[in-house]
Design a protein around this ligand. Structure first.
Ligand SMILES: [Zn+2]
Length: 178
């Protein structure tokens, strides 16, 4: 996953393209572009409910949280180490990262046209983000500042597909506040 306004270039530690059958990475070069962040687009038409990638065969959960990691449980995250790092956040996402420590996969939420951005709702996996940012997704559903599920009201969060650990953490937060 990527966030806007990164201060340091991202080291690429895998051979690109990693998933050429499903996604392409686009790197804006025009000075007119709103953001210089690279992003992932669909390499072909992807029907709803398609598994884009199974991650659990190659990923090892650790306790390290970084801008490039995706949370798989209350205390563990994985590094994607693939072009899926370029799936940007959207408040109207096209894919979900279905994550538990044992089972991790990327699935399409709806039909995705060839060339359309592949995006996911970061707070669906992330409780507290290493690098909060102001969302520029321009969706009618945009919720603005993205800093993790901990800062989103329950009724807003419930509009989205969420991982089990985010559901558990929100429940815990609620019971501690009441
Ligand atoms: Zn947004």
């Amino acid at each position: 996953m990527t966030v806007p306004q990164l201060e340091t270039p991202q080291p690429i530690t895998w051979s690109q393209p990693s998933h050429a059958d499903v996604l392409h990475v686009v790197t804006p070069t025009s000075a007119d572009a709103e953001s210089f962040s690279s992003y992932a687009v669909a390499a072909r038409f992807i029907p709803a409910n398609t598994i884009l990638s199974i991650l659990h065969d190659s990923a090892t959960p650790t306790s390290t949280v970084a801008y490039s990691s995706v949370q798989v449980s209350e205390k563990q995250s994985i590094e994607l180490n693939s072009d899926f790092l370029f799936c940007n956040h959207s408040c109207d996402p096209s894919v979900v990262f279905d994550m538990t420590p044992e089972h991790m996969e990327v699935r399409s939420l709806r039909d995705i046209q060839k060339g359309e951005m592949i995006t996911f709702f970061y707070p669906s996996t992330e409780w507290s983000m290493a690098q909060p940012f102001d969302c520029l997704c321009k969706s009618g559903k945009c919720i603005g500042r993205i800093s993790g599920a901990k800062d989103i009201k329950k009724d807003v969060l419930e509009r989205y597909w969420l991982t089990e650990h985010i559901r558990r953490l929100k429940k815990k937060q609620e019971s501690e506040q009441s």
